[in-house]
Design a protein around this ligand. Structure first.
Ligand code: SAH
Length: 412
């Protein structure tokens, strides 16, 4: 689609070029003075400063608050099929690494902005890929990108699970289905080390599996030998399988999704565990169940409690409410840990920094009167890189803590 005609030009307001010069890939509508030329949403534009100096090239969508997503800072680089192929090949090449190859066949192949491909997420599950198109420009090219991905990876099929909130902000409806090649006939089996997991690519959450937690599951397993484990917000029980494989005596999975729990039981069986004798699945609201347990005489006490809730802070507007949620769930979690036991707690809200999350945890510990020590800091796995010029790419924060006796006087 390359042409020699000059691209439409997005001119920035005076003083708004600094983030662009620092390679931040987003240009918000408020930074734009005007757009010259026959601009088409979803197609390439050049970006110039207020004086008309060329800065970068990206793609446009005037329906989005983020009107331009930048793709290149090299004036000689054209946005054509070869451009997309180069970027995809680079992302694929970066995953040819011992942290992934030989460890797992379920991993993030393309991580959007941090891989120089704004709006594009691709996860690999064995011989299948799942693509999420977060922007109009990616949506317009998704079939072509899917074909390129098949060629690059030798996979059998590319499915689409474009159902994110980000799409609505781009004015796009949800889209699900087959983009290229063939679709799997049922759940796909993937591996983390010697462990096996079934992933429902079309019916599961997000693209099917939480690969961002892979390294954390291995870390947490080291604390699970001989342990009774509570795996709250379990999804399909990946933490539970790792815990049992590491010698846990019993695991309780709690999730609001019955389908996820059922697949969780299948995952236990697949790895040779007995879902009745070695585990329990409880469908329901974690907050409610833990409150009920807290208030009953003979409150249960676990050696290890894992809390991996969904994103509580969706936007700055609900920051306070989301933080309240994190505090509440962590107070309950701490109360379920036997003295000296382990709490593993996560936030996947990008707006909650590690520092802020630690403060919330401190507040929770004061209110329940338990002394808490951080043993490990946990983050997203290396197939979910964060570009330094795109700090928004960091979202997963976790603490692995020891929860002491109830010796301090509770303040709340
Ligand atoms: N730890 C999981 C991923 C958890 S994702 C893994 O490693 O695979 C968050 C999960 O929380 C989802 O499965 C979702 O169904 C569940 N969930 C969301 N709100 C909930 C609630 N209030 N009570 C119970 N489960 C909830």
């Amino acid at each position: 689609m390359a042409t020699d005609r000059p691209l439409p030009q997005v001119r920035l307001k005076p003083g708004r070029e600094k983030p662009v010069r620092q390679f931040h890939p987003w240009i918000f509508s408020g930074a734009i003075a005007h757009i010259a030329g026959e601009a088409v949403d979803g197609e390439p534009v050049d970006v110039v400063d207020a004086q008309g100096n060329w800065l970068a090239r990206g793609y446009l969508n005037r329906a989005s608050q983020i009107q331009v997503r930048l793709l290149t800072w090299d004036p000689g680089e054209t946005i054509d099929d070869r451009f997309w192929q180069r970027r995809l090949a680079e992302a694929v090449r970066q995953r040819q690494h011992p942290t992934i190859q030989g460890q797992t066949d379920a991993y993030r192949l393309v991580n959007g902005e941090s891989d120089g491909l704004p709006g594009l997420i691709v996860d690999r599950y064995g011989p299948f890929l799942v693509l999420q198109a977060g922007t109009l420009a990616i949506d317009r090219r998704k079939e072509a990108l899917a074909q390129m991905l098949l060629t690059l990876t030798g996979c059998q099929g590319v499915l689409e699970r474009s159902e994110m909130a980000a799409r609505r902000q781009e004015g796009l409806p949800d889209a699900t289905g087959l983009l290229a090649g063939t679709a799997p006939t049922g759940p796909v089996e993937v591996h983390e080390g010697p462990l096996r997991f079934l992933v429902d690519l079309l019916g599961g959450q997000k693209t099917g599996f939480y690969t961002d937690q892979r390294e954390n599951r291995r870390r947490v397993a080291l604390y699970c030998q001989g342990a009774r484990v509570l795996n709250a917000f379990s999804y399909t029980g990946a933490f539970a399988v790792h815990a049992l494989a590491a010698g846990a005596t019993h695991v309780v999975n709690i999730d609001s999704s019955v389908a996820a729990l059922e697949l969780g039981e299948a995952n236990l069986r697949l790895n040779g565990f007995d879902p009745d004798a070695q585990a329990e699945s409880i469908a329901g609201d974690v907050f409610q169940i833990l409150r009920d347990w807290r208030d009953q005489p003979g409150r249960p006490a676990f050696d290890v409690v894992i809390l991996d809730p969904p994103k509580f802070v969706q936007s700055r507007r609900n920051l306070e409410r989301g933080l309240r949620g994190y505090k509440d769930i962590n107070m309950l979690g701490m109360q379920m840990v036997r003295p000296g036991g382990i709490l593993v707690t996560f936030s996947c809200s990008g707006l909650v920094s590690l520092d802020l999350f630690q403060k919330v945890l401190f507040g929770a510990s004061l209110d329940v009167g338990r002394e808490v020590q951080i043993l490990e800091w946990l983050h997203q796995a290396p197939d979910h890189p964060v570009a330094l010029h795109f700090p928004e790419g960091e979202y997963l924060q976790g603490f692995l803590c020891r929860v002491g006796q109830a010796t301090m006087a509770a303040s709340g």
